[in-house]
Write a protein that binds this ligand. Structure first.
Ligand code: 1CP
Length: 356
């Protein structure tokens, strides 16, 4: 029987850890040959997401190779718009697309809020199965996209670099966009509460495209709705010492470095930071920080990888509220050996500042 590893949950509550916990955004995915193999057999990505056995298997794959301190359920942020009837599909090499994107108020008005126990029951089944298979070895992370980030895909019809359509709506018809964001916030809160009930032990909200907004728009169209979601989550109460069954929330706005003081006031336990953030400027008091290695460092040689990890760990010193992660998802052509170096170096080097 494996010893329970809860250093990730402890760090989220800024409680003493033996060394710094580490996991990677997109750790279950295309850089792993065993993922590519399973994906080739399954056919397409959504088939894998909608099959709880396959989703559970992919969740566990990175943990068999690396000494990671958390698992993240294999799914996608776009399951919610899919459940709202937008018709999600993936075109080879082109990323996600929607058959029925949102174009106007009428489309938004017609959208209904999915019941996670019906339309998204496959995610809950995958979570239940993954918890069973993990046997408490490491905690399981549940997640969702932020309303703003989901809305970008729903209005643009897929990925975008410019966000022209949604920004046009933001400035010319803000009431419609607010209605959409409100429906999404409610949907995400229900979805995350169902994930918690199914066994998710920590929650992460991905605001991948919040950084595309102006300062004022970020507060009004993104942060406000994440704040609302957090206030609706049923996740227990955090005590002064480590609270085992409390479900911490991490907010990650890519490109949100300038707004971290505001993000930290949105009721979250941790903030995710990308590689643009100067860690020395962040408060290191009762709020956990997740990040912030540039994922492209993993293309470099071992010594360079170790040096870059060392620099980040030195910024935190003995502070308990650090969760080591990349500043964004791992790239699909990352060498496996680099991931091994990353995970082992974080554990080894961080012991000097903790009681490991
Ligand atoms: O096999 C394939 O071709 C599918 C690639 C893939 C994978 C592995 C997609 C399509 N999604 C995922 C899994 C995924 N997506 C996880 C799994 C758990 C883990 O982290 O290991 C998670 C947490 C996500 C979240 C996600 N999906 C985000 C937020 C995080 C981020 O990277 O910013 C976003 C923006 C998406 C949308 C999405 N889904 C898939 C792709 C290729 C994209 C991004 C497209 C774009 O750049 O706009």
């Amino acid at each position: 029987m494996q010893r329970q590893n809860d250093r990730y949950l402890r760090a989220l509550q800024c409680q003493p850890v033996d060394c710094t916990p580490v996991w990677m955004m997109r750790q279950a995915g295309r850089y792993l040959p065993e993922y590519r193999q399973l994906r080739a057999k399954a056919g397409d990505f959504m088939t894998m997401c909608k099959n709880p056995e396959l989703a559970c298997e992919v969740t566990l794959q990175p943990l068999r190779r690396f000494d990671l301190d958390a698992a993240i359920i294999f799914s996608d942020i776009l399951t919610i718009p899919d459940a709202m009837g937008l018709g999600l599909y993936f075109e080879q090499g082109e990323g996600p697309k929607f058959k029925n994107p949102i174009t106007n108020f009428n489309d938004i008005n017609k959208l209904s809020i999915p019941d996670p126990e019906i339309e998204l029951t496959y995610v809950m089944d995958a979570i239940r199965l993954a918890r069973k298979e993990l046997q408490g070895k490491v905690p399981l992370i549940g997640f969702a996209g932020s309303p703003w980030t989901l809305a970008t895909y729903m209005i643009e019809g897929g990925s975008s670099k410019t966000f022209t359509k949604i920004k046009k709506m933001l400035y010319s018809d803000p009431a419609s966009l607010h209605l959409l964001l409100d429906k999404l916030a409610e949907s995400v809160a229900l979805y995350l509460n169902a994930q918690i009930k199914a066994g998710a032990q920590s929650i992460m909200i991905f605001d991948s495209w919040g950084g595309a907004l102006s300062h004022r728009s970020y507060l009004e169209f993104s942060l406000q709705y994440m704040h609302k979601i957090i206030s609706l989550l049923e996740r227990g109460t955090r005590g002064p010492s480590y609270t085992k069954d409390y479900v911490p929330v991490t907010l990650f706005t890519k490109g949100g470095g300038l707004w971290l003081d505001k993000i930290m006031q949105a009721g979250c336990d941790a903030v995710g930071v990308d590689w643009t953030v100067d860690l020395s400027t962040l408060p290191k008091e009762n709020i956990a920080i997740q990040g912030n290695l540039d994922p492209t460092v993993l293309y470099a040689d071992k010594v360079t990888i170790k040096n870059n990890i060392d620099l980040i760990l030195k910024e935190f010193g003995p502070y308990n509220g650090h969760i080591f992660n990349l500043g964004h998802g791992i790239s699909q052509d990352t060498p496996i050996e680099s991931v091994e170096v990353l995970v082992n170096t974080v554990h080894q080097l961080s012991k000097r500042d903790h009681n490991g």
